[in-house]
Design a protein around this ligand. Structure first.
Ligand code: G3H
Ligand code: 13P
Ligand code: ZN
Length: 309
């Protein structure tokens, strides 16, 4: 077992109809729930760490937690930096032993995004680490999707080809209508599959990444609301759309919100039903179990990567 890059797992996923889940980790229970699920399903696994997670748990703790999970489970794991904002954080993670980093230059003009991504690619590749970059802007909460808005924000297939060629990046996060968080669509969910097909034609060898891919499972939203929560109108990417994207060249599907909802729903239930409880193990344990069940469901029924280790 080892920390591995995503190179080979993406090569396999590209030519198949499944994708690999990239799950955000912030604490021990989240790591354990996800890794237990991946182990039982014998699924390939990417654990990703955001700048916020590093701030919350401290980089050294997260590194050791993921290392412990790898040793305990015997699984190969890709340890990935999610949304690296600048060269420095990417360099730090490469130096710390991450096997994959994302440089997110999507907020910059095209040429600046290329320059920054190239700088990270040069450093990471020299250290055997793979790089994900992002082109296009994820939709904002409930953004309208008029044709002109799509053209302005979503990934331009021609630019994607130029970007990949000039940067040498290993995988590309694309904007086709997803967004981060629990409120992804105001009306009917919409993803631009025509654009996805076009992108895939222009960069047929580049694994694609879908951020903002949580489905905001009704079961957990309802449970949160039933036990004192207040998250009305939450809506994610329907599972059949994720399945469809996985059958394309989308190899990595980013999931954080669904983890948060599953854990919070389970904890709310325990604390509401047992107001006298104050042993954290009694509610964090069910939180961890809820994550495990949810991740197994994704691996088996949505991503289709069960047994693809
Ligand atoms: O892309 C966003 C991820 O859900 C990470 O969120 O920055 O709050 O850790 P975070
Ligand atoms: P969600 O908010 O849909 O879970 O997306 C997570 C993500 O894209 C992390 O990079
Ligand atoms: Zn993201």
């Amino acid at each position: 077992m080892a920390f591995i890059t995503s190179k080979e797992m993406f090569e396999r996923a590209m030519n198949s109809d499944y994708a690999i889940g990239a799950f955000n980790v912030n604490d021990m229970e989240i790591v354990q729930g996800i890794v237990d699920a991946a182990k039982e399903e014998q699924a390939p696994l990417i654990l990703q760490v955001s700048a916020g997670a590093r701030e919350y748990a401290k980089p050294a703790y997260l590194l050791k937690l993921v290392e412990a999970a790898m040793l305990d489970s015997g699984l190969d794991i890709v340890l990935h930096l999610d949304h690296g904002a600048d060269f420095e954080i990417c360099k730090k993670c490469v130096d710390d032993g991450f096997t994959s980093v994302m440089i997110d230059g999507s907020k910059y003009p095209f040429e600046e995004n290329i320059r920054l991504t190239k700088q990270v690619v040069e450093y990471a590749h020299a250290h055997g680490v793979v790089v994900e970059a992002e082109l296009g802007k994820l939709a904002g909460v409930g953004d309208a999707v008029s044709v002109s808005e799509r053209d302005a924000k979503f990934t331009d297939p021609d630019q994607a080809a130029e970007f990949v060629e000039k940067t040498g990046v290993d995988s590309l996060a694309i904007a086709i209508g997803t967004s981060h968080g629990a409120y992804k669509f105001k009306g009917d969910p919409y993803l631009d599959f025509e654009r996805l097909a076009e992108i895939e034609k222009r960069i047929p060898k580049t694994p694609l990444v879908l951020h903002g891919a949580s489905s905001v499972l009704k079961e957990f939203v309802d449970m949160c609301n039933q036990y004192g929560g207040n998250i009305p109108g939450a809506q994610g990417v329907p599972e059949d759309m994720i399945r469809k994207a996985a059958a394309h060249h989308v190899c990595k599907v980013n999931i954080d919100t669904d983890l948060r909802l599953a854990m919070t729903a389970a904890i709310r239930k325990v604390l509401t039903e047992n107001p006298a409880e104050f042993d954290p193990r009694k509610y964090l344990g069910p939180g961890r179990a809820a994550i495990k069940g949810m991740v197994q469901h994704k691996i088996r029924n949505v991503l289709g990567c069960s047994g693809k280790r």
